[in-house]
Design a binder for this molecule. Structure first.
Ligand code: SF4
Length: 549
């Protein structure tokens, strides 16, 4: 509900944006209708009591393609439907009877026991699939609705959840994979992440937002904070010490926007309240008429940071926030790959699966290897990587060897290190092209072809592949961003390919790559193209110059 501001709700304007705070309470599109008809979190009981017993065909369509998301469930794409048909088919023609299931891992933080449970669930229920997403989630495939009660029992028994892993809700909170151990950390954001999750995930007051809501909290600029709905990034206030700088309104997809600083400094223990205030502004003032304008970035763009802060302070927090400085920006992207000393003298060891692809079997093996090395903690990263924490110096080489045997290299080539890919046509119903397998091929090809210049590349070259115009793999922020689409090949045939964006980045290079209009490559030409671009960059750059420069 909107807070009582003492102002009458404004009368309905012609073609308003559907903001609740301005009196638009009647749903203006089918998604809003579905959420009003039945609170999405209620679907859990129906899954456990009805659908798991009666099977896929018994599922109500409104649950199947709507409310299931609040528990991390999406139908996956029926195999064998090519990308050219994605936009022409009805949703039910694309739906397979198996599900993708996302496990939210707030802050990417797992114990080795939790990692082992995630792996075991995959082995039993998900055909051994387990991708690490660039939002620090684990994504399973091939889940049957009949198995969901058992899946939840196992995951929740280990303290894990799928609640609000998807849907118009506060999704997984990104956090630094090295929170609490990094030597250069400004402040450990973990208590704030845990408190937001404890208080608000599953809270009905925040379970019907205009659209998805992405949060990052980190004492280091290692969580792509510029492209979040809200982000709290560590900064030292000259009088008050370490705390957080607040950013709102970032996001990618088809209208990419860099978040705006509110210019406010927030101490650690106030982060959950300020977070709840920002989400409340979004819930009440966010645009609900058109799904394409329902992210908070559109509201922030229209209002500007100053008005947003005023509304937050006056209508929701009831107090002014302290002004504060901007955080430092990293010179180059931070991905935590390799061996690094922690501030307690032990080490963390980051490994690079290709484009986040792992398996349940591999994750169980990583958990065991980490434990043998004396560690009880692992982290998933926003770059689709995996980090083992708290490793004594004497155990490093043994752990690295075990990880390498699993294909998880701790000293990867720049191409293996810099590649990310979204789910793509293998499982995603919106996809137009293949991505994960393409990324695997690309890395193998580049490792062979570019071996001669590899030693001279001192910064990873990021290559991000998306299966459609959405930007799940953050293509606009990559050195080479590849947006899947159907393109025309040299023979005039319509084939899978990519629109190229060049020179995007975050940190010092924050900005979105240039979409080069004529720059389209077929999937078959992809390796040749990337090789050419990288060779030109290496040949033409000055020492230490990053790609985006
Ligand atoms: Fe699916 Fe498109 Fe997102 Fe890839 S970018 S996972 S194809 S919606």
């Amino acid at each position: 509900m909107a807070p009582n501001t003492g102002r009458p709700a404004r009368t309905r304007q012609r073609r308003g944006e559907g903001q609740w705070a301005l009196g638009y309470r009647e749903p203006l599109n089918p998604n809003e209708r579905s959420k009003k008809d039945d609170a999405p979190l209620n679907v859990r009981a129906r899954i456990e009591n009805i659908y798991a017993h009666r099977g896929f065909d018994a599922i109500d369509p409104g649950d199947l393609r709507g409310r299931f998301r609040w528990y991390g469930l999406y139908t996956q794409r029926k195999p064998g439907i090519d990308g050219g048909r994605t936009a022409t088919l009805e949703p039910e023609e694309l739906d397979d009877e198996y599900f993708m299931l996302r496990v939210r891992v707030d802050g990417g933080a797992l114990t080795t026991q939790q990692l082992a449970v995630i792996g075991e669930v995959s082995q039993v229920h998900a055909r051994d699939t387990a991708d690490i997403t660039d939002r620090q989630n684990i994504q399973y495939h091939w889940i049957r609705i009949e198995d969901m009660p058992a899946v939840w029992e196992k995951l929740e028994g280990a303290g894990l959840t799928t609640m609000e892993a998807c849907g118009d809700s506060p999704r997984v909170i990104l956090g630094s994979p090295v929170a609490g151990i990094a030597a250069d950390e400004v402040i450990d954001g973990t208590p704030a992440i845990e408190e937001i999750r404890r208080r608000y995930v599953g809270d009905p007051a925040f379970a019907n937002l205009p659209r998805k809501f992405k949060t990052a909290v980190s004492g280091l600029p290692d969580v792509a904070h510029e492209i979040h709905d809200v982000a709290f990034i560590g900064v030292v206030h000259p009088e008050h010490g370490p705390g957080f700088d607040v950013w709102v309104g970032g996001g990618l997809s088809t209208n990419p926007m860099i978040g705006q600083r509110l210019g406010a400094w927030v101490p650690l223990d106030e982060v959950p309240d300020v977070w709840a205030g920002v989400v409340s502004v979004f819930r009440d003032y966010g645009y609900r008429r058109l799904r394409s304008r329902a992210r908070i970035k559109f509201l922030v763009k229209d209002w500007g940071a100053e008005r947003f802060r005023e509304v937050l302070e006056n209508e929701y927090l009831g107090r002014a926030l302290l002004d504060g400085p901007a955080p430092e920006v990293p010179e180059r992207p931070v991905d935590h790959v390799g061996v690094h000393r922690q501030r307690d003298g032990r080490y963390y060891v980051g490994a690079a699966p290709v484009a986040g692809r792992t398996s349940g079997t591999d994750l169980v093996a990583v958990a065991k290897a980490a434990e043998r090395a004396g560690s009880g903690r692992v982290r998933l990263t926003p770059q689709q990587k995996l980090v083992v924490l708290d490793v004594p110096e004497t155990e490093i080489e043994g752990l690295r060897a075990e990880l390498a045997e699993l294909g998880l290299q701790t000293d990867p080539t720049p191409w293996r290190r810099g590649v990310m890919a979204c789910t793509g046509i293998e499982f995603c119903k919106l996809a137009i092209v293949e991505t994960k397998a393409r990324a695997q091929e690309l890395v193998a090809d580049l490792e062979r072809r570019l071996a001669d210049i590899q030693a001279g590349v001192d910064t990873p070259v990021s290559v991000h592949l998306n299966g459609c115009p959405n930007s799940c793999a953050r293509i606009q922020t990559a050195d080479i961003g590849l947006k899947g689409q159907i393109v025309t090949d040299a023979n005039g045939d319509q084939v899978e390919g990519f629109q190229v964006h060049l020179g995007g980045g975050l940190g010092l290079d924050a900005g979105f790559g240039r979409k080069l209009r004529g720059h389209k490559v077929t999937s078959a030409e992809l390796t040749d193209y990337v090789e050419r671009v990288v060779r030109n960059y290496v040949a033409g750059r000055a020492d230490g110059e990053r790609f985006a420069q």
